[in-house]
Write a protein that binds this ligand. Structure first.
Ligand code: NIG
Ligand code: FE
Length: 418
């Protein structure tokens, strides 16, 4: 018998939508529907019903019902993190120190550090050990409010190590804690052994990696790092189109360190999202307007690498939707804390708390194909929810940057314990 949960006296039930929305765009991003003094019922892992306390119909069946009193607390749907690289080996804290001393991310990469450094470590790490290391981060982000996550490969850069990463992602998925989507990012960098033969590596991705991944059904999406010294727009297109032939949906790491036309390429290939966008220009905004591609910013990476800020305000003011994800990875964003990503988005990008909450729930759900399951308090959606500590309002979450205001996370009506 499934366990039932009733949360009563909720000070503010946030992101309440009668019907499931695919995306929230432009001016609508400033609207965040809430119910004050609310109740929320969960049954069979799903949101069963909700309403105002004054209209609470009462309980007829108390059997197997757990009741939580949330007086003074706020309830939100869990955050959906649509861009991470949480499966990796070791860390890159030495490069962090090198950057503080003056080296740039590019200089570190050019001397064999960066993504290639992580690839070297990952190849030396067993699948079991990689799973254990990644599991710590997986549980960490859930405790910080993430209730669904997209995870990329891309630190293997050969068939065996890319498969190892994707199998670890599959194992995390099979824990059945939260929804997990897997992205094949073989085109994350050119491995050392193909230094002078990029075409050879692209052929390996297309002719060997993709068929093997498709055979084991290890990926939902295909992604490419479209960037100077990595993959050109033309190469990106070739790889994304090859992925599509195997049923994978495109995503792009676009315009992060320079303008490389990743947005245009992504839109042309029907990408579900284009992510980073530091060098997104007005023409790109016009291109995005004619598409169904979700522009996604990754404030942790721009902050950690001191990059120019993506034009998030302009994107929304042009009537577009915007998603915000963490990019949790060892090189450019060693944090998956979505509360912090929300604070950075308000403080640095001048987005309102309502806009950022829409960006990390409904719009990221779209960017990982979970619009029907996640992102809002809607009957029938997964009951992955956050209960805060007693706080004054939802704006207090991005306002209190660096503080943990989450008291508990419930996944399908069950309390998550670290
Ligand atoms: O999303 N931009 C490319 N890939 C990652 C960084 C990878 C790394 O430095 O390990 C990113 O920022
Ligand atoms: Fe990334």
């Amino acid at each position: 018998m499934s366990k039932k949960l009733l949360i009563k006296n909720i000070k503010n039930l946030v992101q309440v939508r009668e019907t499931s929305l695919e995306t929230v765009s432009g001016k609508d991003m400033k609207v965040l529907p809430c119910i004050n003094n609310a109740w929320l019922a969960i049954d069979n892992g799903l949101i069963a019903d909700f309403g105002k306390m004054e209209d609470f119909p009462g309980i007829t069946d108390w059997k197997d019902l757990e009741v939580i009193d949330a007086t003074g607390k706020i309830v939100l749907p869990c955050y959906v993190d649509s861009h991470t690289h949480i499966v990796y080996a070791g860390n890159r804290e030495q490069e962090f120190a090198d950057r503080i001393k003056g080296l740039t991310y590019e200089e570190i990469a050019n001397r064999g550090g960066g993504i290639l450094n992580s690839a070297k470590l990952l190849r030396e790490t067993s699948e079991e050990e990689l799973f254990e290391q990644s599991l710590v981060r997986f549980k960490e982000i859930i405790s910080q409010g993430t209730g669904a996550v997209e995870i990329k490969s891309g630190y293997g850069l050969n068939l065996e190590a890319e498969l190892k990463m994707l199998r670890v992602i599959k194992k995390l998925k099979e824990l059945d804690l939260i929804p997990v989507k897997a992205t094949f990012l073989g085109a994350h960098a050119i491995p050392a052994e193909f230094k002078n033969n990029k075409e050879g590596y692209i052929n390996l991705i297309i002719n060997e990696m993709l068929p093997a991944i498709a055979k084991e059904k290890l990926a939902d999406y295909i992604d490419v790092f479209c960037e100077k010294n990595y993959f050109t727009a033309e190469e990106t297109k070739k790889i994304l189109e090859a992925g599509k032939k195997h049923g994978l949906i495109p995503k792009v790491h676009a315009e992060q360190l320079s303008h490389t036309s990743g947005i245009k390429t992504g839109v042309e290939c029907g990408a579900i999202s284009v992510d980073h966008l530091e060098f997104c220009n007005d023409e790109d905004i016009t291109i995005l307007k004619k598409s169904k591609t979700m522009p996604t910013i990754l404030p942790g990476a721009a902050f950690f690498l001191n990059l120019p800020l993506p034009p998030a305000r302009k994107i929304i003011d042009n009537g577009l939707p915007l998603a915000i994800a963490s990019d949790y990875n060892p090189g450019s964003s060693p944090s998956g804390n979505m509360n912090l990503m929300m604070s950075l988005s308000c403080i640095q990008y001048k987005l309102t708390p309502e806009e950022v909450i829409n960006a990390v729930t409904i719009n990221t759900s779209y960017a990982m194909g979970l619009s029907k399951e996640m992102g809002s308090i809607t009957i029938g959606k997964y009951a992955n929810i956050i209960i805060t500590k007693p706080i004054s309002s939802y704006s207090f979450i991005p306002y209190s940057f660096g503080s943990n205001l989450i008291e508990s996370v419930y996944l399908g009506g069950k309390k998550f314990e670290l």
